[in-house]
Design a protein around this ligand. Structure first.
Ligand code: BGC
Length: 513
């Protein structure tokens, strides 16, 4: 089967010969659907020139965030002053509150005692966050977390090793925008990723968690609160010195990098916190600071991003309309929803799923990014997997044309997402003069979508005017800036930051400060 519509994304389909031959067996798209696809292709395609314009504007917003508080991209100071040496050691309890799950880990860092073995050992448990908690109140959130910490501590026998007088160091990965006055303090700026828990915005989450820990007399001491992007960068740099950026392409979308302190002009160089965090061997001029960009908020004023009517609808129906404009076009939480909204639009106009019950299709967030990945990956004869998927998730029985249309839609949405996702790191690299290194990426889209890394690399190459073949290799192995799979940021990364902070405190005490 063929679609006559000119498809910009054809070049990035990366479909196999086998899939192509299965597609050829399907019926042709009727004229009206073909026209719809042409329209959608135009709406979703982001050209090379547009990518460059986006990156240019992105750079401007990153700079604004470094120079003043309260800017659209906040460029949050994390108080992590350096990359790890790789020698950090310790046993730390880490907690990760990311989006879907709560994860607790006992992390043992072996540092330079690893002797060729793994540099860290993990003992972990994961708990599903009850849906109602995401829109509940602060008390229920912290009570749930404290209860899980208590269970973990008991189950792993940590209560035998530690006490309130001799507590276990504890690190918290809190993957939401937060203002930090210190590494163990984090005032939530706004909830993202569909969370809407009352009584946390504008509050210090470290204090709220600490209060609960004290209430329950748990034998742990909160040492640091970090963002997942900072964790990904630090964990990856522990093993890979070429790491330049930590990025998350998952439910949300964001990155962190090491800025020169002198570029963070919103900080006063005489601020005593800077002196306290500074290594005696490092002059202020060379001092660095990990910045959690929080660039999911990029272009909230809608100056440059190409929004479709489906993107507008997602924004309007979200708990925080007007926020996270960039994230809503590119992150995993939204890709399945964009796909669903297009199908709903076409179904409501009688163009697809005629005479079928579309009740389940009309349910918000009924589909996730995994649905799109599976459609793109389907190599089964006659696309039986896609048919099963539609039936299992939506109770629908797609016809050939709906199979083809869905595959094309999944592609359009994922290609746009991947191309936009390249813009953040591209802006950081061009701004910082980074011409080579590793972008350590984590998140469900980066790790689970079969074609994300190739598309991301191709787009990065277009922005940076790479030789064409550099941007076209599978996982970008030939380009000088490569996307790599990040090490475990919220477990190992968080533990390393806690260990670095403990070492810094001990040193400061030693210096008598
Ligand atoms: C949050 C960031 C986080 C990103 C990836 C965004 O919604 O605001 O703090 O890094 O998601 O998890």
């Amino acid at each position: 089967m063929v679609t006559s519509a000119k498809q910009h994304t054809n070049e990035e389909s990366y479909i196999s010969w086998h899939q192509r031959s299965e597609l050829d067996k399907l019926a042709d798209l009727p004229r009206e659907l073909d026209d719809e696809l042409t329209r959608l292709d135009q709406d979703f395609w982001v050209s090379s020139q547009k990518l460059k314009d986006i990156v240019e504007r992105f750079r401007g917003e990153l700079d604004e965030g470094l120079s003043k508080d309260g800017q659209n991209i906040p460029m949050n100071v994390s108080w992590v002053p350096s990359l790890p040496t790789g020698r950090e050691k310790g046993t730390i309890l880490t907690l990760d509150l990311g989006g879907t799950n709560l994860r607790l880990c006992k992390v043992v860092l072996h540092g330079d005692e690893a002797h060729g073995e793994e540099k860290s050992t993990l003992d972990q448990e994961q708990y599903k966050l009850p849906e109602e908690l995401k829109t509940g109140d602060a008390e229920s959130l912290w009570a749930f977390i404290a209860e899980k910490v208590e269970t973990f501590v008991k189950d792993k026998g940590l209560d035998k090793e530690y006490s309130t007088a001799n507590p276990m160091p504890f690190g918290f990965t809190f993957s939401y925008p937060a203002t930090q006055e210190r590494v163990d303090h984090a005032v939530l700026q706004t909830w993202t990723k569909g969370f809407d828990i009352k009584g946390v915005e504008g509050q210090d989450v470290a204090k709220q968690l600490r209060d609960k820990i004290e209430e329950k007399s748990l034998p742990v001491e909160l040492v640091c609160v970090i963002n997942d992007t900072v964790g990904a960068m630090i964990a990856s740099a522990y093993n890979d010195p070429k790491t330049v950026i930590g990025a998350i392409f998952g439910t949300g979308c964001n990155a962190a990098y090491m800025a020169s302190l002198s570029d963070v002009t919103k900080l006063d160089p005489s601020d005593e916190r800077i002196a306290a965090m500074q290594d005696t061997n490092t002059s202020t001029e060379h001092q660095k600071m990990a910045i959690n960009c929080e660039y999911g908020a990029f272009d909230n004023s809608h100056r440059v991003l190409p929004r479709t009517k489906y993107d507008r609808q997602i924004d309007a129906d979200s708990p925080r309309p007007g926020e996270q404009a960039f994230e809503k076009l590119s992150a995993g939480l939204y890709l399945g929803e964009i796909f669903r909204l297009i199908l709903v639009d076409l179904a409501d106009r009688g163009l697809v799923f005629k005479d079928q019950d579309t009740k389940n299709l009309h349910e918000s967030y009924a589909l996730d990014t995994g649905f799109l990945s599976q459609i793109e990956e389907d190599e089964s004869p006659g696309f039986s997997q896609t048919r099963d998927l539609f039936h299992a998730k939506l109770g629908l029985q797609p016809m050939d044309v709906e199979i083809e249309l869905s595959r094309r839609l999944a592609e359009l949405i994922a290609v746009r997402g991947a191309r936009l996702c390249a813009c953040g790191p591209a802006a950081i690299c061009t701004k910082e003069g980074i011409t080579a290194g590793h972008v350590a990426a984590d998140g469900s889209v980066a790790n689970k979508h079969p074609k994300f890394k190739r598309r991301w690399t191709k787009a990065l190459g277009e922005v940076l005017d790479w030789k064409k073949e550099w941007g076209e290799d599978g996982d970008g192995a030939r380009g000088p800036i490569k996307i790599t799979s990040a090490e475990d940021g919220s477990g190992v990364g968080c533990a390393i930051i806690a260990a670095m902070e403990i070492a810094r405190r001990n040193k400061t005490r030693g210096r008598g400060q």
